[in-house]
Write a protein that binds this ligand. Sequence first.
Ligand code: UT7
Length: 332
Amino acid sequence: MTRAAVLSGLGTALPPRLVTNDELSLRLNTSDEWIRSRTGIGQRYWTDRMATSDLAVDAGRRALKAADTDLVDLVVLATTTPDHPCPATAPDVAARLGLGPVAAFDVAAVCSGFVYGLATAAAHVEARLAERALVIGAETFSTILDPGDRSTSIIFGDGAGAVILRAGHDDEPGALLESDLGSDGSLKELIRIPGGGSRQRTTSADSDLASGHLTMDGRAVFRHAVMRMAESARTLLARTGWGPASVDCFVAHQANVRILHAVADQLGIDRDRTVVDLDRVGNTSAASIPLALSRAAETGRLMPGHRVLLSAFGAGATWGSIALTWPDITAD
Ligand code: UT7
């Protein structure tokens, strides 16, 4: 029996404004039929006034309630859309949740952010640096989209998902068993926001508004996402000794249903064991895995003891996978 981080609470939050494919088709040269058939996305939620921290606090509060605790000693917030470039958003979230003077930091791994954050927090728990951790994925991608770019505007949605990790043992339901993280910075141009950093400053007189918008080479991202998620997940299957047929639930980053199916097919995991949540919320980047976990738990697809495989790919490029068993919890 080895010390391990154990998942003990899950909470989510979505902004109130529902944006349908039909609404986007009114101003972009696209259609509900194109979006559904090429991505699987049926709708998404966009924030009007809520900042990323507002969604993070909401999801965090629900996760704490679900875990029946108000004590953590680490807060990790995965986000691409912090409230400000400086400071990090996690300390503000921790303070607003009333968590006291805890360690709190942001993780910037874009769509792989939740997997990076979860693996990092689990390592803190395993190393006895923390007894309990709050890990949040929260995004407001609607604030960085180019409103005229149909290839990105149709995909991304806003939202947040949070989990509590507590110290426990690797034979308990809910234990995080293995993780794998990776990156390839030579692919940094695939998805990026050119301006706003030290390379291209938005404070200079010649900066333009467009440099703050997200750009994406969708086709190349698609190819790399399938390859890297499959590779990383395969690494974990080998380490855990799980055969593809013994994975009860495959919860991958919700980028495109065709990506989800391609990865599942490459791994030999049945498509019906692959959770699809992007029909409801689109691609919510770092929030997509906890939102998908919540959907799967609510619909009875996750049972205590189930073998769960998480996998993600995002800008950077970054990727990662985590193997865990499902705990006896309900999402709040
Ligand atoms: O979370 C990680 C980040 N993002 C992703 O993982 C996204 C991965 N990539 C994708 O999901 C897909 O590449 C997209 C959904 C972005 C695009 O789908 P695709 O099947 O790869 O389309 P494409 O880029 O190859 O474009 C095919 C055609 C093009 O027209 P032409 O050049 O063939 O005339 C595009 O201009 O579809 C056009 N197109 C659209 N048409 C209607 C691109 N976006 C749209 C749109 N509506 N929204």
